[in-house]
Design a protein around this ligand. Structure first.
Ligand SMILES: Nc1ncnc2c1ncn2[C@@H]1O[C@H](COP(=O)(O)OP(=O)(O)O)[C@@H](O)[C@H]1O
Ligand SMILES: [Mg+2]
Length: 262
């Protein structure tokens, strides 16, 4: 259980005593194993909240209690564009480095994750990280942090700039972490991307909670607004009808065919 109680945070502004408020008395609780989609416009406080949840910054007022112990050792965060932090000459050294700084030597777990998303470490381990495609770099950076195996995993817009194939691989990692019982919070501009994996949606509006609801309340209350692609609209229609997302692409297609009578 993660309890966030009346947490406020502001950044130092330009003037002497000027502050830029980022979060204002935010309160919510997360059960272990929750998968939360964090939405909100740019500047609404998503990245600030994620940094507070991993103990990287401290609340100005209010508190965050984590049943597992200190957040800094229980949570890990995948920053936006994590691949910008690569600096080792080879992929293998990059991975070994990130595992070493956290005192874990869990190479096996990392290999498992990479295998799940179709990466063969044998084949690209000796290459320079910069020779990988943008999507591959992102996946490698995500996998090496997820390999740390923390109870709480926070993702800051993990799919920005990725093509659909790479997005699918990010989804594979998130879904397997979620099945392993991790508590997950993902900031995204495109909630539909993870809706079938999630349990809750938390929306921030100018540093305050707009809504914190279950996925079912989110879909049935039409809280997504109108910003949906056709496929997503059918997915949500399916959910409204059957109270679950389709188990396969085929299931969705046959639903769409019935709806469109073709
Ligand atoms: N390092 C910083 N210094 C000053 N202001 C910041 C800093 N980081 C974020 N802010 C401000 O805090 C508010 C929340 O930002 P942020 O948490 O990054 O939102 P989001 O991730 O939703 O875009 C915004 O007004 C933003 O301009
Ligand atoms: Mg942000």
């Amino acid at each position: 259980m993660l309890k966030v109680r009346e947490v406020s945070f502001s950044y130092r502004g330009q003037g002497k005593n000027s502050r830029i408020p980022a979060l204002k008395e935010v309160s919510f609780e997360l059960e272990s194993g929750s998968f939360v989609i964090l939405t909100g416009r740019t500047g609404s406080g998503k990245s600030t909240l994620l940094q507070l949840l991993c103990g990287l910054i401290q609340p100005e007022s209010g508190r965050i209690d984590c049943e597992y112990g200190e957040l800094t050792s229980r949570a890990s965060m995948i920053f936006q564009y994590p691949e910008e932090c690569f600096f080792n000459p080879t992929v293998r050294e990059e991975i070994v480095f990130s595992l070493k700084i956290t005192g874990r030597n869990d190479y096996g777990r990392l290999e498992e994750i990479l295998e799940k998303i179709g990466f063969e470490l044998d084949r690209f381990g000796s290459r320079t990280p910069f020779s990988l495609s943008g999507g591959e770099q992102r996946l490698l950076a995500i996998a090496s942090i997820v390999a740390l195996d923390r109870e709480i995993v926070l993702f800051d817009e993990p799919t920005s700039g990725l093509d659909t194939k790479a997005v699918d691989r990010v989804r594979t990692i998130l879904s397997s972490e979620s099945r392993a019982g991790k508590t997950i919070v993902v900031a995204t501009h495109w909630p539909a991307e993870f809706l079938d994996l999630a349990t809750h949606v938390l929306d921030l509006v100018e540093g305050e909670i707009g809504h914190f609801v279950t996925v079912s309340e989110y879909v049935n209350g039409n809280l997504h607004g109108e910003r949906l692609e056709e496929k997503e609209r059918f997915l949500l229609d399916y959910y409204k009808r059957f109270a679950r997302f389709p188990a396969s692409e085929e299931e969705l297609i046959s639903f769409v065919r019935r709806e469109k009578r073709c």
